[in-house]
Write a protein that binds this ligand. Structure first.
Ligand code: AP5
Ligand code: MG
Length: 214
């Protein structure tokens, strides 16, 4: 049973790697971003609040995230382990997760400060995502063959928060609230840093070399 966290700035490739690892090891892929986007499609007060938070490049309140996460962990596919993609994102979330399960590896995908913004604007400017199975594509690096999702045939769409203005705000929010938790996992001795500018295949191979099943 293995529990892995994938940490890193917006667009660094967390979702891409979480999906590869979860499929290879047949464990759950838990993306709080995907969970929140599904909530945001509901025409409820909570759904509307979450939609605004995401599109403004801010973070959803820790209490809401922890409640959604606990619910997700009850699902059948979490019995064999999980890859957490974009969670935890704050110190409070990291503490809350400690109380729920033991994390074996924290993988930190990073890029040099001077390259980061240009690289992320380019990657996210070219990203599309399947509206049904959430598979991520990139018109430049990982194109879909048919204009529809290669996996399930679903419609592909751009994310509403992938505008240059919101991407810059997401990077700021990340620097303020998520960067400090890198230290949290370093102190626990389970932090592994990987250069996020490498190809998806190279990164996946490095993760395989680190995150052995226990
Ligand atoms: P979330 O959906 O997690 O967004 P994010 O953190 O901004 O990250 P992205 O999903 O944009 O990027 P990614 O790192 O997954 O990259 P991807 O693999 O797609 O969260 C969205 C929002 O929800 C947050 O802003 C916040 O509001 C809220 N939220 C979520 N979790 C929360 C939490 N825990 N607490 C509070 N609020 C929360 O790759 C990007 C593109 O690049 C793709 O096109 C891909 O094909 C391509 N690509 C991937 N890897 C490579 C590579 N190595 N080389 C070249 N291209 C690559
Ligand atoms: Mg993602």
């Amino acid at each position: 049973m293995v529990h892995i966290i994938i940490l890193g700035p917006p667009g660094i490739g967390k979702g891409t790697q979480a999906q590869i690892y979860s499929e290879t090891h047949n464990i759950a892929h838990i993306s709080t971003g995907d969970i929140l986007r599904t909530e945001a499609t509901q025409n409820t007060p909570l759904g509307k609040e979450i939609k605004k938070i995401i599109n403004d490049g801010n973070y959803a309140p820790d209490k809401i995230i922890t409640a959604l996460l606990k619910k997700r962990l009850q699902e059948e596919d979490c019995k064999n382990g999980a890859v957490f993609d974009g969670y935890p994102r704050t110190e409070e979330q990291a503490q809350a997760l400690e109380a729920i399960i033991k994390i074996n590896y924290a993988i930190y995908l990073h890029a040099p400060e001077e390259k980061l913004e240009t690289m992320i604007l380019e990657r996210l400017g070219n990203r599309t995502q399947c509206t049904i199975c959430k598979q991520v594509y990139n018109t430049k690096y990982a194109p879909q063959k048919t204009g529809m999702c290669n996996k399930c045939g679903g419609h592909l769409a751009k994310r509403a928060d992938d505008t240059p203005e919101t991407i810059k705000k997401r990077i700021d929010t990340y620097n303020k609230l998520t960067k400090p938790i890198i230290e949290f996992y370093k102190k626990k001795g389970i932090l592994y840093q990987i250069d996020g500018t490498k190809t998806p295949e190279e990164i996946a191979k490095e993760i395989e070399g680190i995150a052995m099943e226990e």
